[in-house]
Design a protein around this ligand. Sequence first.
Ligand code: NBP
Length: 473
Amino acid sequence: MSNKSHFGLIGLGVMGENLVLNAERNGFSSVVYNRTYAKTEDFLSGRGQGKQIQGATDLQDFVGKLERPRRILMMVKAGPAVDAVVEQISPFLEEGDLLIDGGNSDYHDTERRVKQLESRSFGFIGMGVSGGAKGALEGPSMMPGGTKASYDAIESLVNKMAAQVDDGPCVTYIGPGGSGHLVKTVHNGIEYGIEQILAEGYDLMKRVKGMTGEQMADVFAHWNASEELSSYLVEITEVCLRTKDPLDGADLVEKIVDQAGQKGTGLWTVVTALKMGASVPTIYASLNGRVMSSLKPQRVKAESVFKPLPIKDFDLGSIDDGMAPLMDATVLSCIASYAQGMELLRIASQDLDYELHMPSIAQIWKGGCIIRAQLLQRIQDAYNRDPQLSNLMLDPWFVDQVNRRLPGLAQVVAGAAQSGIPVPCFSSTLDYINSYRTGRLPQNLVQAMRDCFGSHTYQRLDKEGAFHTEWLG
Ligand code: NBP
């Protein structure tokens, strides 16, 4: 009987460590390798102790300890580190062996790596993984892309490792090339949006109503009990707001510097959308929110230069009714984030021939991942009803949400604007929905100007063809 391991993991960082424990728990004996060997030793004598997990000192040793065809998950920093590992390990691989990149790689890099590795008779899967450390251990959502043959070789492994929901594991074959990483990128773009939306709601409750951390946490708990907002991010927002600083018992959130970091996936979502002609203003607003947050010294200076607008006490609802207008704004902005992300995926799927199956993407996001939410069942149902749905908001259930909640969103945005409180996601969502539901936009005048200064021509409502006018006589 062979004593070779079923599964190999490279990169014992936050995610790698938890993913290998997950694989082992599910019956896949494992071998681990980390660039810095001390981490491997620490892991094997710590969390990895007493498990079917062995260590390797170098990549040759690592590859030699794996059964064939080898299934190797790389959980290293995205970018050059992935190429470095691929180059270092390739000399030891044999035909049919399979590398999986589980990091947050740029899908363009994954396209290139799939082609490179497949041409050398190795398999390469670019797999988005979401769920943070806890999800990685207990069951993440996984988004694998590459050739179908490569996916088939890892299907039994990922089906067991993934989070499980009523209708199956939170993993599916996404499509060819870099499609898995594209879907993960857009997942993260939606995540940026929802995080900013919830932060805007918190800001309004605090600054307009003077609510305490506990009162705001009660509102998030109320929201989390609703079908529309029940989600992991709303759940952890309540937890964050209730958490006290062990040093003095005050709300810990209020001690945190207001500068949000980013590692690239939000930016890639927006850049991809702009290049492909997809409209993602709510997601862009959340990205820009992080950029603005990083300008802390400038903001502090500007605060003393510009006259403040007095904060007006406008109607945000009451704690008892779950802050109804604010909930309207939050629900519609979350719907807009999902709608924009799904729309980008639909367009990208056409542009890149990925043949993405939209209901399955909603299905695998229902568990394990950071954007898991009850709303995803409605999204899955909408795309099952109409796989060609051009915008999620056009599905009847979402039409009803927009019609019922738009006045509340408008009220919140207007009140925030008059009080000088920034609500970039709420206001972008309002403009997005208002633009989308306007049959005639003022771009006729833009066309006139373009023709006036640059002879770009325009089309008429009443005649076929391209027209030019000598506007300046
Ligand atoms: P960590 O930052 O915790 O660990 C990074 C790992 O990459 C370490 O094992 C490190 O080895 C290794 N590494 C680096 Br850095 N450069 C390397 C190189 N040139 N060659 C070999 N190994 C190298 O990462 P993490 O948070 O576990 O994230 C891993 C990937 O998963 C990233 O792409 C990340 O974006 C993605 N991801 C993270 C999360 C999350 O919640 N943290 C969620 C989803 C996806 P060393 O020990 O020798 O430095």
